[in-house]
Write a protein that binds this ligand. Sequence first.
Ligand SMILES: Nc1ncnc2c1ncn2[C@@H]1O[C@H](COP(=O)(O)OP(=O)(O)O)[C@@H](O)[C@H]1O
Ligand SMILES: [Mg+2]
Length: 205
Amino acid sequence: MSDITHTIAITRTEIRQQIRHRRQQLSTLQQQQASHDLVSQFSQHIHVQSAQHIAIYLHNDGELDTQAVINWCWQQNKHVYIPILHPFSHKQLLFTRLTPTTPLIKNKYGISEPKLDVTQVIPYLDLDLVCSPLVAFDLVGNRLGMGGGYYDRTFSQHQFVRHNQQPPYVIGLAHDCQQHDNLPIAPWDMPIKEIMTPSRTLAFN
Ligand SMILES: Nc1ncnc2c1ncn2[C@@H]1O[C@H](COP(=O)(O)OP(=O)(O)O)[C@@H](O)[C@H]1O
Ligand SMILES: [Mg+2]
């Protein structure tokens, strides 16, 4: 690793620690308010309104709570999918259907996920919309995750989209306090199309 690559890696680790701490400090009331406010941003969004197959995450580590958004999707008869750790492909995600009765388990990171049922898996490129978690975002569409690179690997599948198909539309969901300007970006980091927070939605080109 060159000196500059090493310095960037340290900076990324420090930013992750700082912002994860910041979001973990949010009170239950602040989290509830954020979750509630997110529904109004989400339900008014044009790509959300037209989407039928929507991937969302189950919150963890102080992330923006998505349960109210998931409930709204169910009310609209939209299909909700949750990422699960792939049972044998290293650091890959599978997206599987979540209904109010889907059994959940905790994965090796302690994150809730649907118990694997192969009949409920959707091919990633068949999703209309992906709402990704993140640790930090900036104002030009860069995204820093928890450090596993799971979503970078997932989004890199967009290169395999067929001619007559659109790749899933990617929106990052985050608390406003997760903004960090001038994120140090790595060559493999995949940018996102939009950021949605409880107070605003920012679209990038
Ligand atoms: N498309 C990919 N294929 C293979 N490895 C990848 C890919 N994208 C990212 N990685 C690896 O995942 C690791 C973590 O990525 P990083 O961007 O630091 O995490 P995060 O996006 O979760 O913040 C890096 O070591 C990187 O090499
Ligand atoms: Mg990355």
